[in-house]
Write a protein that binds this ligand. Structure first.
Ligand code: DX5
Ligand code: ZN
Length: 217
C-alpha cells in the first residue's frame, strides 16, 4: 500500500502524558505512531527502554513503528519485539552486520526497517532489500526533534528505483512539514514521520491542532 501515511514522532509529545498524547494523535488522524529510541552513544540523546515502549503499546491502536538509534542493536531486538513493536528499524551504521540484524528482526515475527543517516549512500542497503519492509531515509542527523530538513530527494529517487516491485516502504524522518512533505512524496516516499510539525500548537486538552497539522502535511 503506497498511500501516504503520517507517523507522528512522540519525541515531540508531552513526556509526562504519553498515553493521552498517543490517543490524541490517533484520534486526530495519525496512521502510525513513531517511537524514537536513543542510547546516548549512537546518537547524543537518551530516550526509551523496552519497559517504556511496552507501556506505550497499551495506547497504540494503529501501528507502532519503533526506530532504534542504538549501537549495538542486536542484543536489544527481542526486548523491543516483546515490548510490542509492529515494525523495528535499525541503522545500517549501527554495526557491521545489517543483514544479520534484519534477519534477527524478521525472526521475531515483526516487520523490519533499515535506516540511513544523511551521510550514508542509498547503495548501503542495496543487498538487503529482500530482508526489509521499510527503508528510512533520515533528513536530519538523528538525535533531536525540531532540526532543519536536509534535502535527500536524490537518495529517495535512487532507492525507489532500486526497490522496484518489492513491497518496501520509504519512510522520511526529520524536518518533515507542509513545505518539505510534497518534495519527499514526489520523490517516492510513502511514510512521513513528523514530530514538531504535528505537535506544535496543540496539547491533549486541545488536540484539534494535531489534526490540522496532520492534514496540512
Ligand atoms: C530524529 C528522530 C525523529 C524526530 C523527528 O532523531 O528520529 O523521528 O523526532 O522530529 P522532527 O519532525 O521535529 O524533525
Ligand atoms: Zn525517528
Amino acid at each position: 500500500d503506497r498511500s501516504i501515511k503520517i507517523a507522528p514522532s512522540i519525541l515531540s509529545a508531552d513526556f509526562a502524558d504519553f498515553g493521552r498524547e498517543i490517543r490524541a494523535v490517533e484520534d486526530q488522524g495519525a496512521d502510525w505512531v513513531h517511537v524514537d529510541v536513543m542510547d546516548g552513544h549512537f546518537v547524543p540523546n537518551l530516550t526509551f527502554g523496552p519497559p517504556a515502549v511496552k507501556a506505550f503499546r497499551k495506547h497504540v491502536n494503529t501501528f507502532m513503528d519503533v526506530h532504534l538509534m542504538i549501537a549495538p542493536v542486536d542484543p536489544f531486538i527481542e526486548a523491543y519485539a516483546e515490548a510490542g513493536a509492529d515494525l523495528i528499524t535499525a541503522h545500517v551504521e549501527a554495526g557491521p552486520h545489517i543483514h544479520r540484524t534484519l534477519q534477527a528482526i524478521r525472526a521475531t515475527g515483526k516487520k523490519a526497517g533499515v535506516a540511513l543517516n544523511p551521510g550514508t549512500p542509498a547503495e548501503a542497503v542495496e543487498h538487503v532489500l529482500d530482508l526489509a519492509d521499510l527503508v528510512c531515509v533520515m533528513t536530519v542527523n538523528p538525535g533531536f526533534g525540531g532540526q532543519k530538513f536536509i534535502d535527500m530527494t536524490g537518495k529517495i529517487r535512487k532507492l525507489r528505483q532500486m526497490i522496484g516491485d518489492r513491497p518496501v516502504h520509504i519512510e522520511i524522518d526529520g524536518g518533515v512539514d507542509p513545505v518539505t512533505a510534497p518534495l519527499v512524496a514526489a520523490a517516492g516516499a510513502d511514510v512521513l514521520v513528523a514530530g514538531s510539525a504535528v505537535f506544535k500548537g496543540g496539547s491533549v486538552s486541545n488536540a484539534e491542532p494535531y489534526g490540522e497539522n496532520i492534514r496540512a502535511i
